[in-house]
Design a binder for this molecule. Structure first.
Ligand SMILES: *[C@@H]1O[C@H](CO)[C@@H](O)[C@H](O)[C@H]1NC(C)=O
Ligand SMILES: *[C@@H]1O[C@H](CO)[C@@H](O)[C@H](O)[C@H]1NC(C)=O
Ligand SMILES: *[C@@H]1O[C@H](CO)[C@@H](O)[C@H](O)[C@H]1NC(C)=O
Ligand SMILES: *[C@@H]1O[C@H](CO)[C@@H](O)[C@H](O)[C@H]1NC(C)=O
Length: 399
């Protein structure tokens, strides 16, 4: 370095003559300084630039993670939500096209209302679970994440019940043309053409007073119920229909089980309370997390006659992920919880799993599926339904 710096071609400042430096000299001196600075700091500069670029890529990466939330399909965006009837009619016909050739995937579309057309994205990507957060105000149920996001026309009926009824009516209107061997008088076709027996889980998150909301949800489901589209329990067995309604949040378990001869709203059982030793069959109760436990007692028994999902917050129940991988102890805990859910005939679901970095998220998803989890929960439907997370590991930070 030192040798190269003294090369004759290097411009050097020359003040030895004692005269005031001319403009040209000053310029040369400045250039020389700049050259030396560059030589000294060039490496750091390069590092800084690389760091800056990596930082930018990460910011873009995080941004892309939220892209599905803000980037609607243009056709979906064209639907006018301010006209309730038009919206649900257009949406139903729209959804019919959407579900023609998708393969259903056991993922649960959480925070669905963030999308302009809530059912649309979930069904387009084949998610077999959707979620509606409902609030009771002025004798009606409104859908939204918080009270600020509620608008008059976004009701549970207009955004979920009506479109589903129209869609299922349309799919089922031709069943009388089916040959008698395929005709099953009570079984209705579901929303997915490629898997008509697949039920769609409608998870209803009760946001304010659960016992007040309950009768409204139950009565607004009447159309679906009367047309035979709901999964129900008749006191002896479960009859699976195109839609399975599951209640969570402040939904009281006591109301779910109040009627022992007919149920069509099922509970989202607390997965962290269902732990059984993975290697034995002894049930053991682990601490509660506060999710979905309204109206339950320590002795509450969750099984498929009263519950469908068994869910818990990943972070609260399993803990933080260190060093980018699920630890052995965490793995055993997950295995035990899933085993407990399956022994009761429930579907295990974790929410609140790490979302970022993408590579970590994919790894956790991959592990959860490997451990037997039934439903993946997330906002990134594209990511969830891609299912090739491990293959893309090297590139996953770039998506
Ligand atoms: C709800 O829909 C009606 C028309 O049916 C419209 O006049 C009204 O502005 C809409 N309200 C909101 C908040 O979008
Ligand atoms: C129902 O059946 C009729 C007559 O077979 C047919 O023209 C029509 O396209 C069918 N509709 C649907 C939605 O499959
Ligand atoms: C519907 O069809 C399936 C298979 O064909 C049969 O096992 C089931 O009992 C039928 N259900 C009813 C209610 O007839
Ligand atoms: C249970 O629900 C069925 C159907 O809605 C109703 O006929 C019956 O009276 C209910 N039983 C009780 C104990 O509420």
């Amino acid at each position: 370095m030192a040798v190269r710096r003294r090369r004759p071609s290097v411009p050097r400042a020359d003040y030895e003559t004692g005269r005031l430096p001319t403009f040209e000299k000053r310029r040369r001196a400045w250039r020389a300084k700049k050259y030396v600075w560059r030589k000294r700091h060039g490496a750091w500069g390069c590092l800084a630039i690389v760091g800056f670029v990596v930082g930018c890529v990460h910011i873009v990466n995080v941004g892309l993670g939220y892209l599905p939330l803000i980037h609607d399909d243009p056709a979906a965006a064209a639907l006018d939500w301010s006209q309730p009837n038009q919206a649900s009619t257009d949406m139903a016909s729209y959804l019919l096209d959407v579900t023609k050739d998708v393969t259903p995937i056991p993922c649960h579309s959480h925070n669905d209302y963030w999308r302009r057309v809530p059912l649309y994205d979930a069904l387009r990507w084949g998610c077999t679970g959707v979620e509606a957060d409902v609030w009771l105000f002025d004798e009606d149920l409104f859908v939204g994440h918080s009270t600020q996001s509620l608008t008059k026309n976004h009701t549970f009926t207009s955004m979920y019940v009506d479109p589903l009824v129209k869609m299922l009516d349309s799919k089922n209107k031709n069943t009388t043309f089916l040959p008698p061997s395929e005709l099953n008088s009570t079984a209705k076709l579901g929303v997915f053409d490629t898997a008509p027996q697949q039920t769609l889980v409608l998870l209803v998150d009760f946001k304010n007073d659960g016992s007040q909301i309950w009768p409204y949800v139950s009565s607004q489901l009447a159309t679906l119920r009367e047309k035979g589209y709901l999964t129900y329990y008749d006191g002896a067995a479960i009859h699976e229909g195109p839609i399975t309604v599951v209640a969570t949040g402040n939904a009281p378990f006591s109301l779910v089980v109040a009627n022992s001869t007919y149920r069509d709203i099922f509970f989202d059982a607390p997965l962290d309370r269902l732990y059984v030793e993975p290697s034995s069959s002894d049930a053991a109760t682990v601490s509660t997390s506060g999710q979905g436990t309204v109206g339950t007692t320590p002795g509450s028994h969750f099984d498929s006659t009263n519950s469908f999902y068994a869910s818990t917050n990943f972070q609260a129940s399993i803990g933080r992920i260190w060093w980018g991988r699920i630890s052995g102890r965490q793995r055993e805990l997950i295995r035990g919880q899933i085993k407990g859910a399956h022994e009761r005939g429930l579907k295990a679901r974790y929410w609140g799993a790490p979302k970022w970095p993408i590579a970590l998220r994919n790894r956790v998803w991959w592990d959860l599926v490997g451990l037997g989890v039934d439903y993946l929960n997330g906002d990134d439907l594209v990511g969830m339904t891609r299912f090739d997370w491990s293959v893309r590991r090297h590139w996953s930070w770039l998506r």
